[in-house]
Design a protein around this ligand. Structure first.
Ligand SMILES: *Cc1c(COP(=O)(O)O)cnc(C)c1O
Length: 478
């Protein structure tokens, strides 16, 4: 905010937002509202000489000419590079403490057969949490032994299917599930490896973590009740107890929450060693990414080093061996690889209070292809894609076309003042938790997902047509 009266405003004040602004504190007025902030966009993102956004060597305007808008573009090389970096970072961190690490891709972030294949080729295993996700992973050719199966309410038929195909690890979430698995393995003669999910009482998000004795949530066993569950599993001939699992949250930027959680879980882990082997420890996912240039997640290699060191310290303090470790990143693998392209339909300036205006930029998608702002108040950024813009940056809100005032895609962003109908707008960091949460609200067809690599594009998930929308409608004569 400029602290000076108008007649003596120093030069540098003109680059600060006006005093009466609707911009949140974290949003800085950009020096150039066309820049592609490092870390927010795929590494391949650039602008052509004419200003057009280029992704993996393909002009965004060409992508849209072929596939239309809205369009979710996934940069294959970005997914592969991040998967590979995660795997090698945790491998190296674990090796430094004489153990091994396995990285599972949390398929719920975005799963289709092509993506499952890429991450497996980069050395990752795959986590699923429903029959549907399991079938997609199997259809991609993921080895069943490389699949982890999560969920607080896996049905008997889901568990039967998982055991039948030979899923590597089932992460057990309730006493009822243990009995379901006992019955299934007794019937089939299979031996199923399981982890027991526990609630450490630590919940982490971005820069904070909350540590309580009891956590009021649906997943897992409270730490005080898990030993009983493990004892029961150890009695069941068809079940092999492998260790504990704990996932503490999402979009986490630092190590502290993991350290606190690991220390609590290791207390139980050490106690369980008294009655049998506990070869593994799974510390979940939740590693954060940058959605806007204000986000500063800890680099993955530092995170890996810090988390594994925390586990090793906890083990040394208790005089126990360091177990083999597993991690389950979703967002950190695919989030930054996705960019959504929209066409601008209308713009409108709204004066909210004296001197404070906001520009509403309406695009041809919205909460049906990206529910995260509406659902979680998530922040995103945006840039003109079909050209660079001129003029002062204007505080804008990118909204969708749905009949819902909460239909926001990008809540706060500075966009060039000449933005106009027909322009293409790109929203980065939409690779995770956008397509999987997509809906047909207002009968808006779900957009296609196109993978780009080395100047080539391919549809990896087909977009919906009006025929698709009507195909589920049983008709007026039903
Ligand atoms: C959601 C989830 C993950 C992945 O979370 P990200 O924030 O995408 O890394 C991992 N493990 C479990 C159990 C989850 O529920």
């Amino acid at each position: 905010m400029c602290p000076f009266p108008p007649e003596i405003v120093p030069d540098w004040c003109s680059v600060l937002p006006p005093a009466d602004t609707l911009a949140p504190d974290w949003l800085a007025l950009p020096a150039d509202a066309n820049d592609l902030a490092a870390g927010v966009w795929p590494a391949s993102a650039s602008r052509d000489d004419d200003g057009t956004l280029v992704l993996a060597g393909i002009r965004s305007t060409d992508l849209v000419a072929t596939y239309g808008t809205p369009l979710l573009v996934i940069d294959e090389q970005e997914v592969r590079a991040r998967a590979n970096f995660l795997r090698s970072a945790f491998d190296a961190a674990a090796a430094a403490h004489g153990t091994a690490a396995r990285v599972y891709y949390a398929g719920k972030a975005f799963l289709c057969t092509a993506v499952a294949r890429w991450v497996v080729e980069e050395g990752l295993a795959v986590d699923v949490c429903t029959r549907g996700e399991l079938e997609v992973a199997l259809a991609a050719g993921v080895a069943p032994s490389s699949i982890g199966f999560h969920g607080n309410n896996k049905s008997v038929s889901e568990l039967e299917r998982a055991v039948e195909v030979g899923v590597g690890t089932i992460i057990v979430d309730s006493a009822i599930e243990i009995e379901r698995l006992a019955a299934i393995t007794a019937r089939t003669g299979a031996v199923q490896q399981v982890l027991v999910r526990v609630i450490s009482g630590v919940h982490a998000e971005t820069h904070e973590f909350l540590a309580t004795a009891h956590e009021d949530q649906k997943f897992g066993f409270p730490l005080g009740e898990a030993a009983e569950a493990v004892a029961r599993i150890r009695e069941v001939p068809g079940l092999e107890f492998r260790g504990l699992h704990c996932h503490i949250g999402s979009q986490i930027f630092g190590v502290a929450g993991f350290r606190e959680s690991a220390s609590r879980v290791l207390e139980l882990h050490a106690a369980l060693l008294g009655d049998g082997p506990v070869p593994q420890l799974n510390l979940g996912g939740g590693f954060g990414i940058a959605y806007t240039s204000a986000d500063d997640p800890t680099p993955i290699d530092e995170l890996a080093t810090g988390i594994v060191a925390a586990v090793a310290d906890g083990c040394a303090a208790r005089g126990i061996p360091v177990p083999s470790l597993s991690f389950e990143p979703g967002r950190a693998v695919i989030g930054t690889a996705g960019v959504t392209l929209y066409e601008v339909g209308t713009t409108k300036d709204v004066t909210v209070r004296s001197g404070a205006t906001r520009r509403y930029v309406s695009v041809d998608g919205g909460m049906s292809d990206n529910a995260r702002a509406a659902l979680y108040g998530a922040e995103y950024s945006a840039r003109l894609a079909s050209r660079t813009g001129d003029g002062d940056a204007v505080l804008s809100r990118v909204v969708g076309k749905h009949c819902e005032s909460g239909d926001v895609v990008v809540d706060h962003e500075y966009l060039p003042s000449d933005i106009a109908p027909g322009d293409l707008l790109a929203v980065p960091a939409t690779g995770a938790y956008c397509a999987p949460l997509a809906s047909n609200y207002n009968h808006v067809p779900r957009p296609p997902v196109v993978a780009v690599r080395d100047g080539r594009a391919a549809v990896i998930v087909r977009g919906e047509s009006v025929d698709d929308l009507l195909s589920r409608d049983a008709g007026v004569d039903a």
